[in-house]
Unconditional design. Sequence first.
Lengths: 110, 113
Amino acid sequence: TQLLEQSPQFLSIQEGENLTVYCNSSSVFSSLQWYRQEPGEGPVLLVTVVTGGEVKKLKRLTFQFGDARKDSSLHITAAQPGDTGLYLCARGGGADGLTFGKGTHLIIQP
Amino acid sequence: DTGVSQNPRHKITKRGQNVTFRCDPISEHNRLYWYRQTLGQGPEFLTYFQNEAQLEKSRLLSDRFSAERPKGSFSTLEIQRTEQGDSAMYLCASKVAWDTEAFFGQGTRLTVV
């Protein structure tokens, strides 16, 4: 059972546009992680957010953790074809492993 | 390459056959995880080892699945009597401690025909 809901499920935009994807849950997270996965590869960690209201920036990517620690967003500015991939949010990190959302499939068209 | 290594990268097998996958974690990472990812889904947790001890098993891990980590280093995941529903990407991840980053391998893509 996936406890994390990600939206949109699919997103295709033109190079240079901005976009935001979301990760929501009815439960409070102690921490939340964002991963990016390319076809045929394993997920790669982008960021971990821990504190409610926290904002982290990674070049053109901005990650925000909701005040109530139940939701998070990823905003990409001036998207590039290299940003294409599956963006996954995940909670946990304890002994019993991570729980992932279904992901947002992002395609950036040149 | 000091990352997590998985072999084989691809496996095609006939229904009913047994298959075994191998994961070599990053050296000195005592925690090792197996996940399964089907098309259109995020990875789903299967099982977890701390050193050689298997500490957690998901309900997804039926009795046809078995995982080992005999010396606390590499791990194997065996699926007996494969079924078409077993077709998926099987991912391995390792980490140093519970609150550190998990590093994933490239996965083994299993196709059961």
